[in-house]
Design a protein around this ligand. Structure first.
Ligand SMILES: *[C@@H]1O[C@H](CO)[C@@H](O)[C@H](O)[C@H]1NC(C)=O
Ligand SMILES: *[C@@H]1O[C@H](CO)[C@@H](O)[C@H](O)[C@H]1NC(C)=O
Ligand SMILES: *[C@@H]1O[C@H](CO)[C@@H](O)[C@H](O)[C@H]1NC(C)=O
Ligand SMILES: *[C@@H]1O[C@H](CO)[C@@H](O)[C@H](O)[C@H]1NC(C)=O
Ligand SMILES: *[C@@H]1O[C@H](CO)[C@@H](O)[C@H](O)[C@H]1NC(C)=O
Ligand SMILES: *[C@@H]1O[C@H](CO)[C@@H](O)[C@H](O)[C@H]1NC(C)=O
Ligand SMILES: *[C@@H]1O[C@H](CO)[C@@H](O)[C@H](O)[C@H]1NC(C)=O
Length: 605
C-alpha cells in the first residue's frame, strides 16, 4: 500500500545503526509493522518470525502460507482464505483444486462477507481470487462485494488466491456443490410404478420400476421383479423403461376326467379371471370342495382353500344312473334292462382272422376305467383246436359302450383295442383263471350310460370267500333269454353267442344267488365228465333250475351292490356252465372269482 515505506524504513534503520542499538521491534512510530507476526531484536539488528503454520517470506518480513496442494473431491465442500474471517496471510499464492466425477458441474457460492484488498483504479492489482474451469476464467475478484454464485459448467476447477505483502483484509469463503447432468423425466409405462418420484433427475439419480399388482415386468423378453435405470453423466438414461404386462396364468392344467369352465365368456387366463374344474360324469372330487381357481398376481391359478393344488376327479365306480327295482322276489327268467342300469356293461365283438373261414363272435365285458375293460379270457382267446393259449389280435376286437339294444350297435360309442392281456395261467381245458383285460386305444367318455364298475376288495383269506354263499347278485347280458345259446360244452364252442341277433336284442338281466362251493362241486361231480371247480371260480343259480338262470354272455359281470357304500361291485365274470341245457335242475353257472385277481388287475390298470 505504501511502496516507499520500505525505503524509508531501511534508511531509518541505517541512520541509527552506528549511534546506538535501537529496539527496532518496539519502534511503532512507523505505521507499517516491521514484522508481520513476531519481531526479534538483537544488537545491531532484528529479525522476523512467523506463527506456527506460516513461513517467512523471502522478503524476511511477511508471513506466508503454503496452500497449494489441496484437492477437494467430495461433491460439496467449503473453501476459505486462511484464518477467515481473520485477515488472510500475506505474500501467499494459494491454489485449490476441486475435482468431481464427469457429469457433474461445480457451482460456487461465495459468502456475502467478502474482503480482498483492491484498488480504486486498477483491477485487483494486489490481492485477488481467480477461478479457472476448463477454458473459462472467472475473476479476478477483489474488493468487498461478494461474487455471489458462479455456475462453472465444469467438473474440474482451480481456485487461485494471491495476496501481496501488505494489507489486512478479512478474506473470503465459498461453498461449492455439484449439479448433475439432467436426464429427461421418463414417461411412466402404463401399470408401472416408479421410485423415487422426483420432479427432475440428474446424473447419479436412478429410478426403480415395478409393476402394479397383477402385472409382470417385462424387459428384454425377461420377466423381472424390478428394473433400475440410471441417469448417466451425459444426461441420458441407462436403458429404456420396461413394460408391465398383465399377468397371464396360462391355460389351466389338465386334470384327468375334469372339464374346465371359464368364469368369463372370452376364456381369459389373465390376472383376475377364473375358471372351475368340473369332474366329468361318473367321477367326483373326494375333497368335495369348491374347485374355482382365480388367476392371482403371482401368475398362478389359485383356489381359495387349496391354493395351487389341483382337484382330483376319481372314478365314481358302481353308480348306475338308474336304480334297479328293489324287487327281491325270486326272479325266474330274465328281464329287460332299462338303459343306464348297467352302464359298465359293454359288448365285445371279436373277429379272429387268423382262422379260415373267418370266425366272428360276441362277448360281454365290464368297464373298469376310461381305458380298461375286464372280461373272461376265453372270450379273447384265439379259437384253436390245440391247447395253446394265444390272444386274438387287438385289432380284431371292438368294444361298444352304453349299448342297450344291439340293433343300435352302429350308432353306439365304440372303441378299438390296443392291448389284449389274457391271464398268464388261463387253462383252456378247465377254464381256471378265466380272466382278461383289454386296453382301449382311446379313452371312453363317461356319461349316464357309460360308467365303470367297482372292483371288490382282494380275496386273500381262504376261509372267507367273496361273494358269500346265498347272497344275491345280478347278471346282465344279451344271451340270457336264449336258452339255446347259453347251453354249450366246455370243449367245443364255449359259452359264446354266435350272434346276438338270434338272442335278445335288448339287454336282459337276472338275479341269482351264489351257491356254496361244496354244493357246486357236488353238482358237477355227479356228471359223467369230471369238472374241476377251482377256488378261482364260484357258482350261482337256483337248485331247481329255471329258464335263463344260469348264464349270461361270456365275460359279462356278476355284480352285487355293496350295501354300505351303495356301489355295484363286480364279483364274477360269466365263465362256463354244464353241458346240459341251461335251466336244468342243479345246473349252476360258473363264474370267475374276480376277488382273486384284484392285485393282478391293479398291476395292469
Ligand atoms: C533476508 O535475510 C537473509 C539472511 O538472513 C539475506 O541473505 C537476504 O538477503 C535477506 N533478504 C532480503 C530481501 O532482505
Ligand atoms: C369369475 O369371473 C366372472 C367374470 O369376471 C365373475 O362374474 C365371477 O364372480 C367370478 N367368480 C369367482 C368365483 O371369482
Ligand atoms: C372357451 O373354452 C371352451 C372350452 O373350455 C370352448 O368350448 C369355447 O369355445 C371357448 N370360448 C372362447 C370364446 O374361446
Ligand atoms: C366357489 O367359491 C367362490 C368364492 O370363493 C364362489 O363365488 C363360487 O360360487 C363357488 N363356486 C362353487 C361351485 O361353489
Ligand atoms: C342320459 O342323459 C341324456 C341327456 O343328457 C338323456 O336324454 C337320457 O335320457 C339319459 N339317460 C338315462 C338312462 O338317464
Ligand atoms: C332252441 O333250440 C331248439 C332246437 O335246437 C329250438 O327248437 C328252439 O326254438 C330254440 N329256442 C329258442 C328260444 O331259440
Ligand atoms: C383242478 O385244477 C387245479 C388247478 O389247475 C389243479 O391243481 C387240480 O389238480 C385240479 N383237480 C382235478 C381233480 O383235476
Amino acid at each position: 500500500m505504501f511502496p516507499c515505506a520500505h525505503l524509508f524504513r531501511c534508511f531509518h534503520h541505517f541512520l541509527f545503526l552506528s549511534l546506538s542499538d535501537v529496539d527496532e521491534c518496539s519502534d511503532r512510530s512507523d505505521e507499517d509493522l516491521l514484522c508481520d507476526h513476531y519481531c526479534h531484536n538483537y544488537i545491531g539488528g532484528y529479525y522476523c518470525s512467523c506463527r506456527y503454520g506460516y513461513l517467512l517470506h523471502t522478503d524476511n518480513h511477511t508471513c506466508r502460507v503454503e496452500c497449494s496442494d489441496s484437492v477437494f473431491r467430495e461433491r460439496s465442500g467449503v473453501l476459505s482464505s486462511v484464518d477467515f474471517p481473520a485477515p488472510y496471510p500475506k505474500s501467499s499464492d494459494c491454489s485449490y483444486g476441486i475435482e468431481v466425477e464427469p457429469g457433474f458441474k461445480l457451482r460456487l457460492q461465495f459468502d456475502p462477507s467478502f474482503d480482498i484488498e483492491d484498488h480504486p483504479d486498477a483491477r485487483c492489482p494486489y490481492d485477488y481470487i481467480k477461478i479457472t474451469g476448463g477454458s473459462t476464467e472467472f475473476g479476478p475478484f477483489c474488493g468487498d462485494k461478494s461474487p455471489g454464485v458462479i455456475e462453472t459448467e465444469s467438473n474440474v476447477i482451480t481456485v487461485v488466491f494471491h495476496s501481496d505483502n501488505s494489507g489486512e483484509n478479512l478474506g473470503w469463503r465459498m461453498t461449492y456443490t455439484v449439479i448433475g447432468s439432467q436426464c429427461p423425466v421418463p414417461e411412466i409405462p402404463s401399470n408401472a410404478l416408479i421410485n423415487p418420484i422426483q420432479s427432475d433427475y440428474s446424473f447419479k439419480d436412478y429410478i426403480v420400476f415395478t409393476c402394479k399388482p397383477g402385472y409382470k415386468l417385462l424387459k428384454d423378453a425377461q420377466y423381472l421383479d424390478h428394473f433400475q435405470v440410471d441417469c448417466g453423466s451425459d444426461g441420458s438414461w441407462s436403458s429404456r423403461p420396461p413394460q408391465c404386462h398383465t399377468v397371464d396364468c396360462g391355460s389351466p392344467k389338465v386334470v384327468d376326467m375334469a372339464d374346465v369352465v371359464f368364469g368369463n365368456h372370452d376364456n381369459s387366463t389373465l390376472f383376475g379371471s377364473n375358471f372351475t374344474y368340473i369332474c366329468r360324469e361318473g367321477t367326483f372330487d373326494p375333497s368335495n370342495r369348491n374347485t374355482s381357481y382365480t388367476c392371482g398376481q403371482n401368475g398362478e391359478w389359485t383356489n381359495s382353500e387349496a391354493g395351487i393344488k389341483l382337484p382330483n376327479c376319481l372314478l365314481a365306480c358302481g353308480h348306475p344312473s338308474r336304480t334297479l327295482p328293489a324287487q327281491v322276489k325270486r326272479i325266474v327268467g330274465g328281464r329287460s334292462a332299462e338303459p343306464g342300469l348297467f352302464p359298465w356293461h359293454v359288448l365285445l365283438s371279436v373277429e379272429d382272422q387268423s382262422r379260415v373261414p373267418e370266425d366272428r363272435w360276441f362277448g360281454s365285458g365290464v368297464l373298469l376305467s376310461e381305458s380298461w375293460v375286464l372280461t373272461a379270457a376265453h372270450v379273447l382267446r384265439s379259437q384253436r383246436r390245440d391247447a395253446s393259449v394265444v390272444p386274438v389280435a387287438p385289432e380284431h376286437v371292438k368294444v361298444y359302450f352304453g349299448l342297450h339294444d344291439t340293433r343300435d350297435k352302429h350308432q353306439a360309442v365304440s372303441r378299438s383295442v390296443d392291448e389284449v392281456i389274457l391271464h398268464p395261467d388261463f387253462q383252456p381245458n378247465n377254464y381256471n383263471n378265466d380272466i382278461a383285460l383289454l386296453r382301449l386305444s382311446e379313452r371312453v367318455e363317461f356319461n349316464n350310460v357309460t360308467r365303470p364298475v367297482c372292483l371288490p376288495s382282494p380275496d386273500n383269506k381262504p376261509d372267507h370267500s367273496s361273494p358269500p354263499p346265498n347272497s344275491l347278485g345280478v347278471v346282465a347280458g344279451w344271451g340270457i333269454s336264449n336258452l339255446n345259446a347259453s347251453s354249450s360244452s366246455l370243449t367245443s364252442n364255449p359259452t359264446l353267442m354266435a350272434d346276438p341277433g338270434v338272442t335278445s336284442d335288448l339287454l336282459q338281466y337276472v338275479k341269482l344267488p351264489v351257491v356254496s362251493q361244496d354244493e357246486c362241486r357236488a353238482s358237477y361231480a355227479s356228471r359223467s365228465i369230471t369238472y374241476n371247480i377251482t377256488d378261482n371260480m364260484f357258482c350261482a343259480g337256483f337248485f331247481e333250475g329255471g329258464r335263463d338262470t344260469c348264464l349270461g354272455d361270456s365275460g359279462g359281470a356278476f355284480v352285487m351292490e355293496n350295501q354300505v357304500i351303495r356301489r355295484w361291485v363286480v364279483f364274477g365274470l360269466v365263465s362256463w356252465g354244464g353241458p346240459e341245457e341251461c335251466g336244468s335242475q342243479r345246473v349252476y353257472g360258473v363264474y370267475t372269482r374276480v376277488a382273486k385277481y384284484v392285485e393282478w388287475i391293479q398291476e395292469h390298470v
